[in-house]
Structure formats: structure tokens, C-alpha cells
Design a protein. Structure first.
Length: 434
């Protein structure tokens, strides 16, 4: 809009001049347009020093207005980004508090001596950065403990990076752990590995016993020197990482068999946390079951449910081959399907309600022994355990590792039972058996 003489243009509102005491003779105004074409205002100039505004003035003002629109749009975007950043920082602080609370050692449930020892160990190493090795059967909560180690330590503000070594194909081990430099292969972009991602934090290597010998050697070098080299790179990258490794295998036996490097085992085995299978800590089952049932009822927005006495007795008597993971899934099923507020024995899964279907010979042996001799359940279980352990030892020619694996026990669990029952390991040709 180019008004050469405001007194002769009916569109001009003279009230502003009257209020300000300013005399507007002529004016030139152009729209402020964003890059997308949205008009966000107007750029206006008044009272050309000599004469009226001409075409050159119009062109100049359009150029100035275009720059002004960019500046205004940028300022608005910066303000929006700042506000968004502030919201994210607030949410991040809140999420960190929730994560720290969820994975603190206090969230490791259980009143048994074994579980309390684990909690004490985590608290004792909270001010250190020593590497940790967590061993135990699948489903015993090794990753939960690994997170508790991280979030209770001074590294809690750093990242917690988890990697399942068993799911890692051999050709990808080096690139996943140490990263790739740009140009290492055609079309490959630079990418950091897990060690770099975990810098200032913790790297959780789950199922480390499944790594190949070559992968073990590469990890050992990274642990010893605390530097990594990307695939295709020549510059070492320093990393400040605490390694927490976990396995469901007997690493000592793998070392003796030559399947796992002894130097890597000793490097990892600074602090050892042995997870107990659920069948060895039956006193913790009621606490865990009630916790999971309450949690999943809340998450599914179902009425709160509790476990009846008969259901609890059956849960405690179940051997739980899947350990805590199996118990958690059973409670999730009950939260979804159990009809009443009180869960009865009839609501449990068939495999838990009728253990004889899962192992007819063993269940029948326990029941028959109890009936024939009028013995208690504990006495019948002890009689059966003695017989099964003796048969397994004989079948495995006294090899404790193979015996434990055949019975579904950890080697430490087998040793405790041998000591408890006073059982001797049969020898072969006079040679001691490990």
C-alpha cells in the first residue's frame, strides 16, 4: 500500500495523528510473509524526506520486509524451542527420579537371606566403578540387578546400555561393540558402538558366555585399556565405562573346557553376584507373587486381587523352572482372567495346579513316599532329591557341572545340596571329579 497524500485518502485514520501530535503526510506498507506464505504482520515507513514513495522504495521495502519476516519467524521458533526444551528438561528430571526409584536396590523384593545379601552387595559397591559379574539361571532377574547396580551408583546420571550377546551374530560383534568409521565399507556412515554410547555410564553385556573366542579377545582389550577403535578407524577412542556382565552358564566350567578365556573371566569377576533360582528361596514367592498381582491389576485397570491361602501353598510348592519370569507371567494371567477378588487354587494354570502332568514320575514318587511312610511333604521331597541327585551323579560319572545341568540346578546349588545331604561324588578310576 503506497499512500502519496494521506489527506486525500479516505482509508487513512487521522485519529492516531491527533492523539500523538504527529503529522503523517505519506506512507508505504508491505506485508511480512513467512517462507510458507503466511502473513504475520506489516512493515510500514512514513513521511519520505522528499516527495512521495516511488517504485524503487517499494522494491527496497519488500527486501527489508523479507529479512525482517525471517528474523521474526526465527525469534518465534527459538522461543518455542526454548519453551519445549524447558518442558523436556523438567520431564527428564522427573523421569530420572522415577527410573532411579524403580531400579533402586529397595525394589529388589525378597526377605530371604540370599536376596538380602544381593541388596547389601549392591549398596557396598555403590561408590565404586568396579566391574560386576552376575550369574544365575534364566528368569532370575539378572538385568534388574544390573540396573540396580547402575542406578544406585555415581554413574546413575550416565547412560545404561544393554546388549544381548547371545542375539549378536559373529560378523556384527565388533561393529556393535566398538562402532564403525565412515567409509569402512561402501555406503556405511559413521556410527558409535555400545562402548562409546555407554561412556560415563554402564554397559550391560547379557549372556556373555555365548560370545565367540574372537569376540572375547576384543572385549578383553577394551576392558584392559579402556579404549576402543571403530571398525575402519585408526584413532583410539577413550571410554569411561563400567561393565556389568551376566550369564546363565557356568563360566568356571567353560574356562576349564577352553570355551571361555580365563583372563576375561578374571577381569569380569571382580564382584560376583549369584542369583538364586526361585525354588531355592520359596519364602520369597508370596512377596513376589503379591507384588506382581497388584502391579498388573493396576496396569490393566482391574479390581485389586489377593491370593488365597490354597493358591499361595500351591505357588510355594511349584518348582518354577522359569523362575521369577514364569511367576510374573502367571500373575499377569491371573490379573487378566481370575474372576473374583480372591484368587483360589482353581484359578491357577494347569501346570501349577497339577504338577504331576509336568513331571509324572517325580510327582508320583513324592506323593507315593509321603503316603507310604506318613511323611511330611518336606521329608518326601528330601527323599526324592537324594535319589535323583544320586542317580544323576552316577549317570554323569560324578561330573558336577553336567549333573547340575541335568537337574536344572546351578553348580553352587548342587554343591549345597550335596553338603546338606552328606552325599559323596563317585569317582572314576580314582580320579577326583570336578
Amino acid at each position: 500500500m503506497n499512500i502519496r497524500d494521506t489527506r486525500r485518502d479516505a482509508r487513512f485514520y487521522s485519529g492516531v495523528d491527533a492523539t500523538l501530535g504527529y503529522r503523517t503526510r505519506n506512507l508505504l506498507a508491505v506485508p511480512l510473509s513467512t517462507h510458507a506464505g503466511e502473513i504475520i504482520g506489516a512493515f510500514e515507513v512514513l513521511n519520505r524526506r522528499r516527495g512521495a514513495f516511488g517504485p524503487d522504495d517499494e522494491e527496497l521495502l519488500r527486501a527489508i520486509a523479507a529479512q525482517a519476516a525471517v528474523a521474526i519467524e526465527t525469534a518465534q521458533l527459538v522461543n518455542e524451542l526454548q519453551a519445549h526444551r524447558d518442558r523436556l528438561l523438567t520431564e527428564n528430571v522427573q523421569l530420572r527420579k522415577e527410573v532411579h526409584g524403580r531400579f533402586s536396590p529397595r525394589q529388589i523384593l525378597g526377605t530371604s537371606t540370599r536376596m538380602q545379601e544381593i541388596v547389601r552387595t549392591i549398596e557396598q559397591i555403590r561408590d565404586t566403578s568396579v566391574d560386576v559379574l552376575i550369574t544365575g539361571e534364566s528368569g532370575t532377574g539378572k538385568e534388574l540387578v544390573a540396573r540396580a547396580v547402575h542406578y544406585s551408583s555415581s554413574r546413575a546420571a550416565g547412560p545404561f546400555i544393554a546388549l544381548n550377546c547371545a542375539a549378536l551374530p559373529e560378523p556384527l560383534v565388533e561393529s556393535e561393540l566398538f562402532g564403525v568409521e565412515r567409509g569402512a565399507a561402501t555406503g556405511v556412515a559413521a556410527r558409535a558402538g555400545k562402548f562409546e554410547e555407554a561412556d560415563t555410564g554402564s554397559l550391560f553385556l547379557d549372556e556373555i558366555g555365548d560370545l565367540s573366542p574372537s569376540a572375547q579377545a576384543k572385549i578383553l582389550r577394551a576392558l584392559q585399556e579402556r579404549v576402543v577403535e571403530r571398525v575402519g578407524g585408526r584413532k583410539p577412542v577413550e571410554v569411561d565405562v563400567r561393565v556389568v556382565a551376566a550369564t546363565n552358564k557356568d563360566l568356571e566350567a567353560l574356562v576349564r573346557d577352553g570355551a571361555f578365556r580365563a583372563d576375561l573371566f578374571y577381569r569380569l569377576n571382580v564382584v560376583r553376584i549369584q542369583m538364586a533360582p526361585l525354588r531355592e528361596i520359596p519364602e520369597d514367592i508370596p512377596v513376589l507373587a503379591s507384588h506382581f498381582l497388584t502391579r498388573y491389576c493396576r496396569e490393566m485397570r482391574r479390581p485389586a486381587k489377593s491370593l488365597g491361602d490354597a493358591a499361595l501353598r500351591r505357588l510355594v510348592a511349584h518348582p518354577w523352572p522359569g523362575n521369577v519370569r514364569e511367576l510374573e507371567n502367571e500373575m499377569k494371567r491371573l490379573a487378566a482372567l481370575a474372576p473374583g477378588r480372591s484368587v483360589g487354587e482353581e484359578d491357577l494354570s494347569e501346570s501349577i495346579r497339577s504338577p504331576g502332568r509336568a513331571g509324572p514320575t517325580r510327582a508320583a514318587g513324592v506323593t507315593g513316599a509321603a503316603r507310604a511312610h506318613g511323611a511330611s511333604l518336606a521329608q518326601a521331597v528330601e527323599t526324592l532329591e537324594r535319589r535323583l541327585i544320586g542317580e544323576a551323579l552316577a549317570a554323569c560319572e560324578g561330573n558336577q557341572v553336567h549333573t547340575a545341568r541335568a537337574l536344572g540346578l546351578s553348580r553352587q546349588g548342587l554343591l549345597k545340596k550335596l553338603e546338606r545331604y552328606g552325599l559323596r561324588v563317585p569317582g572314576r578310576r580314582g580320579a577326583p571329579r570336578r
